[in-house]
Each structure stands twice: as C-alpha cells, then as structure tokens.
Design a binder for this molecule. Structure first.
Ligand code: GDP
Ligand code: MG
Length: 439
C-alpha cells in the first residue's frame, strides 16, 4: 500500500547526516510514483511534489542538524495541508435541529454512515432522528430501521409511496415538535450520477435547507471517488465528505485528492462495517498514519530547534560513566526549558510513563526557576561532587539562592534519585542488547 511505499522511501533519507539536493530529488521521484500508484490525482501529485521540493531544498532544511528528519517533516506537513490542514467539524445549527443530508452513489455506505453518525452524536449526548429517504432500493427502509433499533434511535418513515421530499419535510416538523437536535436524512443513490437523482436531491435540499450535505464516497474506488465528489459538488454544493471503507485494502488516493480537487473537507472516515467504526477525520493524524510515525514527528519538531546534538552525545557518554554533575543538570534544564513543558515531552516518548520515578517528578516553570537558583549558588566543587554538601553548605546555598534548606535537601535527593534511575536505565538498555545478541 501507499503507507508501506512511502515509509520505505523515507527510511532511506531519515537517518542521513547529510542530504543533498540530488537525494531530495531522488526521494521525491519515488514519492511521486508511490502517490500515482495509490491513484492520487495527477495534478494533485504534481503540485504536492513541487511544494515539498521547494521547501526541502531550502537552506534551513538541508543545513539543519537533522536534514533527513527535516525533509520528512516537510513531507508530513504538506500531506496534512493537502488533506485540509485542520480538522473540520460538522456544523451545528443556531436553532436546532441541525439537518444533515447524506448523499452519494449506491453502495458507497450512506445508510451505514447515517447509523454511525447517529451513534457518534449519541456519544456526545445528542438526540438524532434518522430519516428513511431512500424509497427505491428494496429493503433500504428496513436496513435503516434495523440500525435504529441497535442504536435505540427513532427512524422516521412514511413508507415507499410518499416522495422523499415530503418525507424529509415532515421529518423536520416532527423533529422540531419532539425536540430532536439532529436530523440525519438517508437518501437514495444510483449506480451512476444521473439527472433524476440530482433533481430529487436538489428538491430535498431546497425544501429542508440542510446545515450539512455530506457526500459519502467509497475510498476503494480511488480516483472515481474524486470524480464523483466533483460532480456532486457541482450540482449540490457539498459541505463535506465521509470517506468510507478506509479499513479495506485501499490505495489511499481518494483521501489525498478529495480536498484538493473539490475544496470540500473530509469530515469523517469509515473504518469498518460496525456502528462504532466512524472516526472524525484529522488530516495531521492521517498524514502521520500514512508516514507511520505518529507523535515522533512532534518530538522531532520540538527537539530540532533546541537540543544541541553534541551536548546530547556528551551527556549520553557521561550517563554511561556516571559522571553526571549539577552542571550537566543545569544544561539539561536549559534544554528542557527551550522544549516546553516536560510533561508533554515525556508523554510523547513511548514507554516513558513506565519508568519509575518520572511520574513523581513534577516540573513546572516555577520549580525549575528554584532549582536553577539553587544550582547556581553551588561552588564548582559542589556541583561536580554533591556528596561534599554538608549541613552548613546547605544553609549557605539556601541563603544564596533565596530558597529554604528543605528546598536544597529536596533537590539533592532528587539528583541522587535521578542518577540511580539513569543507572537503571543504562543497565536495562545494555542487558536488552545482550539478550538480543549484541555486544
Ligand atoms: P448505501 O447504498 O450508500 O446506503 O451503502 P450501505 O450503507 O448500504 O453500505 C454498503 C456496504 O458497504 C455495506 O455492506 C456496508 O456494510 C459496507 N460499508 C459501509 N461503510 C463501510 C466501511 O467504512 N468499511 C467497510 N469495510 N464496509 C463498509
Ligand atoms: Mg442505502
């Protein structure tokens, strides 16, 4: 699939200490092929490649400490932008009910998605009314009723002898009377776009003035999905897209082209047949998923601007040798301050919450300031050999830093704990390596 192809390509550049223009060009050639094979629209691919190249070949990327990672970051950002950048939520009417029309071709997943959306709304304590507006497909009404039963949500129907326009109209009346806050109208589809279908949908639109017209498209159909979206948008002016069957063996092209071609955002993604298999669509998460790197990207972003590579290597050496001093501690503090809240950073490191001792270390800016003051009041000797800090020295340090002896004691204790923890960590790391057969 697309994800595998892209990850394979990006892996080659990721760890490179030096990246040349030629490297970027070569990589983008492979990315281009991967996107085209994933059935992404040709023009979308072309624009995308140009944007990434222009940014990636820029000086600040290639000359950065981690050029390989920076290039990937650019790819990720441009993928995110391609899919709309920010998450696009569904509308809420000023005066309830919010009316949502589900449209699309037959088999795209309209009825299923109507049920899923109802469940999504119920989870937010909303009260949706489902409307059986497909009177043509045999058993379409029954299908929605079955979903309604599973959800314990009412389904409005007038059978298959009343026009869908009339059904929609009466459903709104009922929703207002009975205080439903959402009305989800399931509509009919055809195998192909035709005038009769569009006329009927347009009549419903005129009658009920929906807050949302969501086009349901099957992502398995690749570029066809995008063509369908273009036609529906031209005729009905959509407000958003629900991309279904992303759980299947999709090539991914639709997710990447829909927004760029139609200008309409993907609002939800269908990830399976079950009622809870609908996810709000987040362009950044989708991009990260495609590139297979999750929050690591955010970490790269935070680290790149602040952490000095040489200092980090030196620190690692010292940790191994247990030569870690209060001066190093101060350096660390500086870096941490530049990176932002420590808790955020720990939260992004896989497994960090499992390391004993980290949780209890509450680090807020005020506490950091205190710690810094204490360390700066130590002599050179004290900083490198904390064991010499006796009672009278503690008093002096507290006075000099405007803190209390308890504060100084606490810091010394934390420093000892931290050293112990580092010892454990380095031992853990080396025993793991041994187990795997490394030397
Ligand atoms: P409609 O004709 O547009 O109303 O389509 P349906 O809602 O009847 O769905 C057609 C088929 O697609 C059904 O078998 C659904 O279970 C299936 N389906 C819908 N959404 C998804 C999805 O996100 N993932 C998978 N795997 N199947 C889906
Ligand atoms: Mg249906």
């Amino acid at each position: 699939g697309l994800a595998d192809r892209l990850q394979e390509t990006l892996k080659k550049i990721r760890g490179k200490g030096k990246v040349s223009e030629e490297d970027v060009t070569q990589m983008m050639r492979e990315v281009r092929i991967a996107l085209l094979e994933a059935d992404v629209n040709f023009k979308v691919v072309k624009d995308f490649i140009n944007r990434v190249k222009e940014r990636a070949i820029g000086q600040e990327v290639l000359k950065s400490l981690t050029p390989g990672q920076q290039v990937i970051k650019v790819v990720n950002e441009e993928l995110t932008a391609l899919m709309g950048g920010e998450q696009s939520k569904i509308a809420a009417a000023h005066k309830p009910p919010t009316v949502i029309m589900m449209v699309g071709l037959q088999g795209a997943g309209k009825t299923t998605s109507t049920g899923k959306l109802a469940k999504h709304l119920q989870k937010q304590n909303r009260n949706p009314l489902l409307v059986a507006g497909d009177i043509y497909r045999p058993a379409a009404i029954k299908q929605l009723q079955v979903l309604g039963e599973q959800l314990n949500a009412p389904v409005f129907t007038l059978g298959d002898q009343v026009s869908p326009v009339e059904i929609a109209k009466q459903a709104i009346v009922k929703a207002k009377e009975e205080h439903y806050d959402y009305v989800l109208i399931d509509t009919a589809g055809r195998l192909h776009i035709d005038d009769t279908l569009m006329d009927e949908l347009n009549q419903i639109k005129t009658e009920v003035k929906p807050d949302e017209i969501l086009l349901v498209v099957d992502s398995m159909t690749g570029q066809d999905a995008v063509n369908v979206a273009e036609s529906f948008n031209a005729q009905l002016e959509l407000t958003g897209v629900v991309l279904t069957k992303l759980d299947g063996d999709t090539r991914g092209g639709a997710a990447l082209s829909v927004k760029a071609i139609t200008g309409k955002p993907i609002k939800f993604a269908g990830m399976g047949e079950k009622l809870d298999a609908l996810e709000p669509f987040f362009p950044d998460r989708m991009a990260s998923r495609i590139l297979g790197m999750g929050d690591v990207l955010t970490l790269i972003e935070k680290a790149q601007s602040s952490v000095d590579k040489e200092k980090a290597a030196e620190l690692e050496r010292k940790m191994r040798k247990m030569e870690f001093t209060f001066d190093d501690f101060l350096d660390q503090l500086d870096q941490v301050k530049k990176m932002g809240p420590l808790e955020d950073i720990l939260g992004m490191m896989p497994g960090a919450n499992k390391i004993k001792g980290l949780k209890g270390m509450q680090v807020d800016d005020k506490a950091l300031g205190k710690v810094e003051a204490i360390v700066r009041s130590m002599t050179v000797e004290e900083k490198s050999k904390p064991e010499v800090i006796n009672a009278s020295r503690r008093k002096r340090i507290a006075l000099g830093s405007g803190t209390s002896v308890q504060d100084v004691n606490r810091l010394l204790k934390q420093f000892e704990d931290m050293k112990k923890m580092m010892k454990q960590m380095t031992q853990m790391a080396s025993s793991k390596k041994k187990k795997k057969g490394f030397k």
